[in-house]
Design a protein around this ligand. Structure first.
Ligand SMILES: Cc1cc2nc3c(=O)[nH]c(=O)nc-3n(C[C@H](O)[C@H](O)[C@H](O)COP(=O)(O)OP(=O)(O)OC[C@H]3O[C@@H](n4cnc5c(N)ncnc54)[C@H](O)[C@@H]3O)c2cc1C
Length: 397
């Protein structure tokens, strides 16, 4: 009898895990349960589409290692499958002299992570991106772009061909481990499994709790809004233009990205979302907002970063505030060049003391693997993360 593995979540991490399970060659009956009608509906289908080179992450962390491995695998996968991707390169720009020490620290970190970067003076910076303004930059030639929605649909097609049962429109509502396996409850009927893998993205902590696991962290939703640049402003951005990130904050700041289809956007912002899938300012789920606001960790975080938080909320309601952030990098950008674009919501894991769990967090029980925190660059790293999760799942099958 093949062992039965149930994966909750048809985002890129769940799909990549299924792919690695298939590749193991073990006789398995794999089922993916996805609550939406298609795969990649949430974080995977609503992101910046960047293939991160891996310069930001703490050396030795899971993020640092899996980003490097996963990016190489993702590029190879896309090439093999004919999925468009490009290595357009990225410029991290210090706009003011006080940002230069942080730029230098980033250069050192990139070196520790094995990422090739080049320190550029303003003239050389403008050879790469002629419309950028700043006092210095890092050039990261390896950074690229892809559409993770397209990648996910290719993965899903490949998995179906390999016999994986992808059930969409099936929400998991509860479950428990037994002596010999796991019972997964859905809105329709229970599903029995030998091993469970929780890749529920924005709901991963809640799903873990449904199965009796008590993760230390709470997932707090942060909405990232994008502004689309009008076609007459597309020439202002050749590839990817980023600010120097604030190391106290997990997000990278409003940046400009030329996507793989050639359209250019600015963003994402990072405002507290009032619902886990709250893609607009007005989307509010009282219970979910109360959960965020009621958590000690979130309140501590809010006290520490209230100024930045207000700025981000400002960008959420005012396109003008958004434009001003993007114009710091590219001063020729005019207010009429930016229009509201799409949005995504990131799951950010917050510890009870208010610190942010920055690395990927995976918790295991006897019969289950729970991927509690898979923030950026988890799309870049997905094929490598999937291999590690699959290894944990196989050890339990
Ligand atoms: C604005 C933004 C920009 C980003 N930019 C980048 C980037 O440029 N590069 C990069 O590498 N990463 C980026 N990321 C991060 C990346 O998108 C995520 O890390 C990655 O997509 C996580 O994938 P996932 O499969 O874990 O989650 P998701 O894609 O969220 O998938 C989880 C799935 O689980 C399903 N689900 C949840 N609960 C249940 C349930 N009870 N029953 C059944 N199904 C359930 C959901 O419907 C969903 O489809 C960005 C994220 C955001 C939001």
């Amino acid at each position: 009898m093949p062992k039965r593995v149930v994966i909750i979540g048809g985002g890129i991490v769940g799909l990549a895990t299924a792919r690695a399970l298939v590749a193991s060659g073990r006789p398995l009956a794999i089922t993916i349960l996805e609550k939406e009608s298609t795969v990649a509906t949430h974080q995977t289908g609503r992101n910046s589409g960047v293939l991160h080179a891996g310069l930001y992450y703490r050396p030795g962390s899971r993020k640092a290692r899996l980003c490097r491995e996963g990016k190489a695998e993702m590029e190879a996968y896309c090439t093999e499958r004919g999925i468009p991707w490009t290595r357009s390169g990225k410029l991290v720009v210090a706009v003011a002299p006080e940002e230069l020490p942080r730029l230098e620290a980033l250069r050192e970190r990139a070196g520790q992570n094995g990422v090739e970067v080049e320190r550029l003076a303003p003239e050389a910076m403008r050879e790469r991106e002629p419309h950028v303004s700043g006092v210095g930059a890092l050039w990261v030639p390896e950074t690229g772009v892809v559409d993770y929605g397209v990648v996910s649909r290719a993965l899903a097609a490949e998995l179906r061909e390999a016999g994986v049962d992808i059930q969409t429109g099936v929400a998991v509502t509860g479950g428990h481990e037994t002596a010999s396996g796991v019972v997964v409850e859905t809105e329709a009927r229970p599903v029995d499994a030998d091993v469970l893998v929780n890749c529920a993205g924005l709901f991963a902590d809640r799903v873990a709790r449904l199965f009796g696991v008590a993760p230390e962290v709470l997932l707090v939703p942060f909405r990232g809004e994008y502004a689309d640049l009008a076609p007459q402003a597309h020439h202002l951005v050749r590839g990817l233009i980023y600010p120097v990130p604030d190391p106290a904050f997990p997000f990278l700041g409003v940046h400009l990205t030329r996507s793989v289809d050639g359209h250019v956007h600015a963003g994402p912002s990072a405002a507290l979302a009032f619902a886990r899938e709250g893609y607009t300012f007005g989307t509010l789920k009282v219970g979910e907002l109360a959960e965020s606001l009621g958590a000690r960790g979130f309140r501590t975080l809010a006290r520490q970063h209230w100024r930045m938080g207000l700025g981000e909320l400002g960008r959420s309601v005012s396109l003008g505030a958004f434009w001003r952030a993007a114009r710091r990098l590219v001063p020729e950008l005019k207010r009429e060049h930016v229009a509201r674009g799409s949005s995504g919501v990131r799951a950010q894991a917050v510890r009870p003391d208010g610190s942010l769990a920055d690395d990927f967090v995976i918790e295991q029980t006897r019969r289950a693997v729970h991927v509690i925190n898979a923030p950026s660059p988890a799309a870049t790293a997905s094929l490598a993360i999937g291999r590690e999760i699959a290894a944990e799942a196989l050890a339990r099958a």
